[in-house]
Design a protein around this ligand. Structure first.
Ligand code: UD1
Ligand code: CA
Length: 458
């Protein structure tokens, strides 16, 4: 079985925050998660994360999903990999992928294609490289006519070597047994006095093994961030790449101002995304929708032909041809069915809104099951919390909830029933009935005139 070792020991001092560098987020997801995601997409699940600075934060974040080992002292990239020797020894028959936890744009295609080359050529090590405009700071790939011979770090490079533009991305495939052997021979004999993982290249070549470089087609595999500005650039790159992918898929953007779309979001053809819209998590948007301006949609599914305008929606499902907004919040556990219409200043929580139902204005629907073609007047409130427990309301098909009705849960409004405006409904309403639960009108003629006289006397 193939292993993955993710180096996540970096502190990121220049970020000026007390946390491991791979825990910084790009488009709302930690860099570590980006790297793990690429591995999972490649079908690699035998992962060990090497933690260092504030390693407990990484453990807490992973919550036992993957193994971790601690590098107590930061003595170089080979030293970091050495901490995972017991992990590799459990599975030493296959290959091991080494990745940097702070280079989020490694992708599954690069991982798979480099592994294919690694296996086909019978390599001991295959370095994933990239040709860049500005190679400063990276390890340079030294080649002879027979292929790669070594990697030289910036600080150890001659002026001639510094001109080389093919650089080490910091990602490698190793034959696991060869890596284990090479690690025992790495020394600290270099300008930084560190155990360099890159030294394994010439060590393995010296043993008559094969080493090769896989030049990545994705120029972003090397990108990382050293400071906040760098992190902003990573976000920018990710945002542009993702929007580019959606443009290719037939999604329409008239501008990209403030638009952020998470890595895993899917959007159907012909859908328009308007400014200020943030789509995150496992969100799926259908075809020919208009989303925005200024929507936040998280972990939600939206059908086709739906229009969301200034909507925030979390962990919910919205079906086809629904119209919502402006200024609406759909809270977790909601399901808005086909053709429903939800207007301004409405909050829906943990409720089903049936087909063709209209909740047009200033209404709170919480913990309720609402049928089809129900009409909510303005200012309806489901009173779902008595200070101790939450209860549900059931509002059946074709019923009509008058303006300013309070529905005190648990309560059922039967099919086709009406509630009178301003009622506080505390008992079930049978189908087709009209429920009026409010004080009777009392008229005091001339009341104001008497008051006025009294005031004048004073
Ligand atoms: C390393 C490579 C360099 C490559 C570059 C790509 C070596 C010697 N050099 O350089 O050829 O171009 O990455 O970014 O490997 N880490 C630990 N523990 C350590 C040292 C590093 O966990 O003791 C982790 C870092 O957190 C980071 C990764 O390893 O995720 C790379 O370390 P970094 O210090 O960035 O390596 P460079 O010297 O930049
Ligand atoms: Ca680096």
């Amino acid at each position: 079985m193939d292993n993955v070792i993710i180096l996540a020991g970096g502190q990121g001092k220049r970020m000026k925050a007390d946390m491991p560098k791979p825990m910084f987020k790009v488009l709302g997801e930690t860099m570590l998660e980006w790297v793990i995601g690429a591995c999972e997409k490649s079908g690699l699940s035998n992962i060990c994360v090497v933690k260092g600075y504030k390693g407990e934060m990484i453990d807490e974040y992973l919550g036992g999903r993957y193994e971790t080992v601690l590098q107590a002292e930061r003595l170089g990239t080979a030293h970091a990999v050495m901490q995972a020797i017991p992990f590799m020894e459990k599975n030493s028959d296959g290959n091991t992928l080494v990745l940097c936890g702070d280079a989020p744009f490694i992708d599954s295609q690069t991982i798979n294609n480099s592994l294919a080359m690694h296996k086909e050529n019978g390599n001991s090590v295959t370095v994933i490289t990239s040709e860049v405009e500005n190679p400063f700071g990276y390890g340079r790939i030294i080649r002879s006519e027979n292929g790669i011979t070594s990697i030289v770090e910036e600080k150890d490079a001659t002026d001639e070597q510094k001109k080389i533009r093919e650089i080490n991305s910091g990602a490698y495939w190793f034959k696991t047994s060869d890596l284990l052997e090479a690690l025992s021979l790495v020394t600290t004999n270099n300008s930084q006095g560190e155990y360099y993982l890159t030294d394994t290249i010439y060590i393995l070549l010296g043993k008559g093994k094969k080493a090769d470089a896989f030049i990545s087609e994705n120029p972003d595999v090397v990108l990382g961030a050293n400071d906040r500005k760098g992190l902003l650039m990573l976000n920018k790159t990710a945002r542009e790449n993702i929007i580019g992918k959606h443009l290719e898929n037939g999604v329409e953007f008239t501008c990209t101002d403030g638009i952020t779309i998470g890595r895993d979001v899917e959007i159907g053809e012909g859908t328009q995304i308007l400014s200020g819209t943030v789509l995150t998590g496992k969100t799926v948007i259908g075809k020919n929708c208009v989303i925005g301006p200024d929507c936040i949609i998280e972990n939600s599914t939206v059908g086709d032909n739906t229009k969301l305008n200034y909507v925030q929606c979390y962990d919910s499902q919205i079906d086809d041809s629904v119209k919502i907004g402006p200024f609406v919040q759909i809270r977790p556990g909601s399901h808005i069915m086909t053709g429903a219409k939800i207007g301004d200043f409405v909050e829906i929580k943990n409720s089903v809104i049936g087909e063709g139902t209209a909740v047009a204005h200033l209404t709170y629907v919480g913990d309720s099951d609402v049928g089809a073609y129900v009409n909510f007047g303005c200012g309806v409130v489901t009173v779902n919390y008595d200070g101790e427990k939450k209860s549900r309301c059931t509002i059946e098909d074709n019923s009509f909830i008058g303006c300013n009705t309070n529905l005190v849960a648990p309560v059922t409004v039967g099919k086709g029933a009406y509630t009178a405006a301003g009622s506080t409904i505390t008992r079930d309403v049978p189908p087709d009935a009209l429920a009026i639960e409010r004080a009777k009108l009392e008229m005091r003629e001339g009341y104001a005139i008497k008051k006025l006289k009294n005031r004048k006397k004073k």
